[in-house]
Design a protein around this ligand. Structure first.
Ligand SMILES: Cc1cc2nc3c(=O)[nH]c(=O)nc-3n(C[C@H](O)[C@H](O)[C@H](O)COP(=O)(O)O)c2cc1C
Length: 356
């Protein structure tokens, strides 16, 4: 029976444990460039013993950024600073992935600590957001521009170049951001996708954009490298995307060469009531895993070593993906190993602090 510190092989990488750093936007870039903040933020978690670190949502185009402070991978010039981070992670025994993203109708917002409001296109740091349909996220926001066919093709091409740059920058994993109400999620959901062409309507049509993005990425991303997709497994509304839709999608994705589904939820319906509590999304990772056979990652209010270990031991998910606890404690994996009586390698520089 695997446990939190059992290794797992996914395509050409073997993770040393099941603990993954979840993507976390830092809103600390200028024109998409990674900088010292990103090196220290991601690097600390590599030193802290995570097996895999996934970068924050990294925009495939400038207009695909949530804010003007988002990390980007829309220029060749972005590669050099990212490579410094992947090298550092590798030196410390961690694998590292990019979360390739397009914010769709949630683009062009201010930084959270400046209020996070939508920035209109005619104001500094604002631009026109695009989406499957011209439906605003909230009543008070400006509606996005509905993508035409050329717009869809351009975004698919942006994902492809971004995947190639991810490879050149030394990333081991790509995770496509299909959750939280951003562009891919907007196509998946019948609530944000009212298209009448081949990208809207039926389930098969609504998943088409994601499948085509996957195909674009796979033209440059080697088949032996892991490819993950993060989804919002439910929208927590009556008429939206459901957990059964997530299982149906997983059955398609497994045959497309996707290795793992990172099961988050919500974010596409501003009024949805989400019953947040410890491990509140684990049930989706379990359902998708058991009903489709694909590997899954569980995320959401996983904060304790024993809680994380039980998720793996009980076969509810293959990976435990953690965000905020890693902000409180970059060394969570080292602490968890101590709590669970596992002997793990510490960074040589920190070895004298190892609990005996
Ligand atoms: C500061 C912050 C930034 C986040 N940015 C992203 C992101 O870029 N992409 C994403 O998929 N989720 C993002 N999330 C969501 C987390 O990855 C995670 O799914 C969520 O916080 C629940 O996990 P937790 O309870 O362990 O924090 C972010 C969360 C936080 C706290």
């Amino acid at each position: 029976m695997p446990h939190l510190f059992s290794p797992i092989k996914i395509k050409n990488i073997e993770l040393k444990n099941r603990i993954v750093v979840s993507p976390m936007c830092e809103y600390s870039s200028t024109d998409g460039f990674a900088n010292d903040w990103h090196l220290v933020h991601l690097g600390s978690r590599a030193v802290g013993g995570a097996a895999l670190i996934i970068t924050e949502a990294i925009a495939v185009s400038p207009e695909g950024r949530i804010t003007y402070g988002d990390l980007g991978i829309y220029k060749d010039d972005h590669i050099e600073n990212l490579k410094r981070i992947t090298n550092f992670a590798h030196q410390h025994g961690a694998y590292i992935g990019t979360q390739l993203a397009h914010a769709g109708r949630k683009a062009s917002h201010d930084l959270p600590w400046k209020g996070g409001k939508q920035v209109p296109a005619d104001e500094p740091n604002g631009w026109h957001a695009v989406a499957p349909s011209a439906l605003a996220f909230t009543d008070t926001e400006i509606a996005p521009i509905a993508l035409d066919k050329a717009g869809i093709e351009k975004i698919k091409a942006d994902f492809k170049v971004a995947a190639k740059r991810s490879l050149d920058a030394g990333f081991d994993v790509i995770e496509l951001h299909g959750a939280h109400g951003y562009l891919i999620n907007e196509f998946l959901s019948p609530l944000s996708n009212h298209r009448t062409d081949e990208y809207g309507g039926s389930f098969e049509n609504r998943i088409r954009f994601l499948l085509e993005v996957i195909e674009s990425v796979q033209e440059v991303w080697p088949a032996e490298n892991p490819l993950f997709v993060r989804i919002s497994a439910t929208e927590w509304t009556e008429d939206g995307w459901t957990a059964d839709d997530s299982v149906a999608l997983a059955k398609v994705l497994i045959n497309k060469g996707v290795d793992l589904i990172d099961c988050s939820s919500g974010g596409n319906v501003a009024t949805a009531k989400i019953p947040v509590k410890p491990g509140y999304q684990v049930e989706f990772a379990e359902k998708v895993k058991k009903e489709s056979g694909i590997l899954t990652g569980a995320v959401g209010m996983i904060t304790e070593p024993k809680q994380a270990d039980e998720i793996i031991q009980e076969g509810e998910a293959d990976l435990v993906i953690m965000a905020r606890e890693f902000l409180r404690d970059p060394y969570f994996p080292l602490r968890a190993a101590h709590v669970l009586n596992e002997d793990v390698k510490w960074p040589l520089q920190y070895e004298r602090a190892k609990w005996q």
